[in-house]
Design a protein around this ligand. Sequence first.
Ligand SMILES: Cc1cc2nc3c(=O)[nH]c(=O)nc-3n(C[C@H](O)[C@H](O)[C@H](O)COP(=O)(O)OP(=O)(O)OC[C@H]3O[C@@H](n4cnc5c(N)ncnc54)[C@H](O)[C@@H]3O)c2cc1C
Ligand code: SF4
Length: 632
Amino acid sequence: MISAPAKPGRTGAGERAVFHFTRAYASHVGIELDPVLLREQSDEALRSLPAGPRHLAVGSALALRWLAPTLYCASPRRFERLDAERRERLLARLQHTRGMLGRVAFLALKAVVLGACYGQDAKEAEPEPRPSAPRPDGPPPAAGAERFDFPQRFDFIVVGSGAGGACVAGRLARSGARVLVLERGGRARPEPDARVALRRNYAQAGCSAAVGNTLIPLPTGVCLGGTTTINSGTCLRTPQELVAAWERRSGGAFDGDAFTEHIEEAWRLLGVRTSGEQTMSACSRLFRSGARRSGLPEPHLLDRCERGCVGSGRCCFVCPTGAKGTSSGTFLDPLRDAPNLRVELHSEVVAVMAPAGRGGEVRVRVRSVATGATGAVREVRAGKLILSAGALVTPWFVRRFHLGAAHRQAGNGLTIHPASKVFGLFEEVVRGWEGVPQGLGLVDPEDDAVRYEGAFIPYEMAALAMPVEGRRLRWWMDRHDRLATFGFMVRDEARGRIRYPLGAERPWIRYDLEPIDARRLGRGMELAARVLFAAGARRVMLPLNRAANELAAPRELASARLGELAPAEIATMAFHPLGTCGMGRVVDANLRLCEGVYVCDGSVVPESLGVNPQITIYAFALRLAEHLARAS
Ligand SMILES: Cc1cc2nc3c(=O)[nH]c(=O)nc-3n(C[C@H](O)[C@H](O)[C@H](O)COP(=O)(O)OP(=O)(O)OC[C@H]3O[C@@H](n4cnc5c(N)ncnc54)[C@H](O)[C@@H]3O)c2cc1C
Ligand code: SF4
């Protein structure tokens, strides 16, 4: 999913334009950095972007230098020659632009500029802990990626090692089957700089997004363990009413009680436990005290898969202590000496041929993306194939290779749990980066489709997440140690779709928030803001793409019109793509697509869950492993 970076060494007009803008921006906001260092930073940040966002960043820098001042400030001067007030006005207008192309392009440029300007100070801004120790849990079960010479015939091939893939593979291997896991990514390492972790372990270096009536960044993981390696570790059981509905709709082919047992089994195997008071973050403490003062129900400590968590706050950037339970750590690593399980990293599956008839073999073409062996292609065969490449990639296989009678439906039905967060500024030092970022939760007392969960963004990424620009942004960033954030997500009514005009690597994701989703996001902002004010926040920043997004008192919420937000006004993100090969629509109740081919990842979840999905995906995987082991 990560497209080739630009060649280092050459300085093109694009890089120069981006650097000139970065330098002008830094000087505008009063950041003094050695120009050589700034240049290095801006070049490196630009090169690390995938091709699409990179081109947009360059186009945006050129337009900003030459065109935007004339269009937005009626001044034909270059950005750096405008007076400070005009520059500030221009940046604010661009920040809140509603046009999709303009917004995406400006965001791409911001990713470079803000990274170069603010990334330098991360260590000073968040003194401790900035962990960099390697994970202690040793090498992957089988290396071999560099050799790329594994055997050619297996009982099962599993594509992807995320929640669905690693779990089904590990369980099948335990039952004695010969299993090959092909994983596109490599083994993740903790990085002291969150931007580096993003580039190395996230699909498209963290730039994947859905577009529609608003822009929704939609990150997923590309590494051993898939998205579980970079997730928050929160565990919630599948809502029972959904399990019952799936059983009803399947005419009994999906057994709800058996599925519930698999949920409990996943819970046990992952060692899920309730997050501890001692590792609770200051953001969570403040939210809890604010909720108590507001007369809301008591927020609860969230259940998490971890063993020995020390609250270092880096869950989404690879846990530095190996405490967080991942799919690979739980289901593959314990089998590292098993002769019947192979895990091949840096191995991207590029083609799939289903058997012609009953009892035939599945053929899979796999391409090495390992340094030193990139481009080598091999064919492997198996009795059965399980697609677990995640809800954004699996539909590509189904559509491209016409797998199953309903292959044209694959990619439809996407749900994502639109999410956002509110920033609160406190008088006292908060140090929000310490403790478990997502250790506390609350279900909205008036609407259970809105769920609140802790969140915190490291300094080097926070600038990009704040919906303000220029000197306002600098003002907030200077107070980063006094910020508390709290997040929320919505059980969505909208359904998106994915298509692949440019291949699997660059999916086109279309998603339009429904009015009810927008209202619920507004409701989430309002409650989170009230709670932060009740906890003592002096100022609150709402995730809104508009000038009036800062509040100095709770009474200002009334005039913020949060119940009638236009989707384009909402700064939202999403972390849970699901449903693109839904059970009952694209796969059957046993997750079967066609002869010899199954799907086992978030794409089979039939509808919006309303809870964090990993436990549900693990339960589907345990169920499929049991079914396949019994059948073979
Ligand atoms: C920042 C973040 C935080 C989250 N926090 C939580 C949380 O706290 N709790 C929770 O329940 N959920 C959380 N989630 C969501 C959860 O982690 C995912 O829903 C889950 O991991 C999805 O599992 P999956 O098997 O569908 O896919 P993934 O885990 O995404 O795995 C797919 C794998 O397939 C590989 N792959 C893709 N294409 C190919 C190919 N062509 N060849 C070979 N391999 C390929 C990928 O590299 C990847 O490893 C979070 C997600 C994010 C992004
Ligand atoms: S908070 Fe706990 S689980 Fe998260 S990164 Fe730190 S030690 Fe790992």
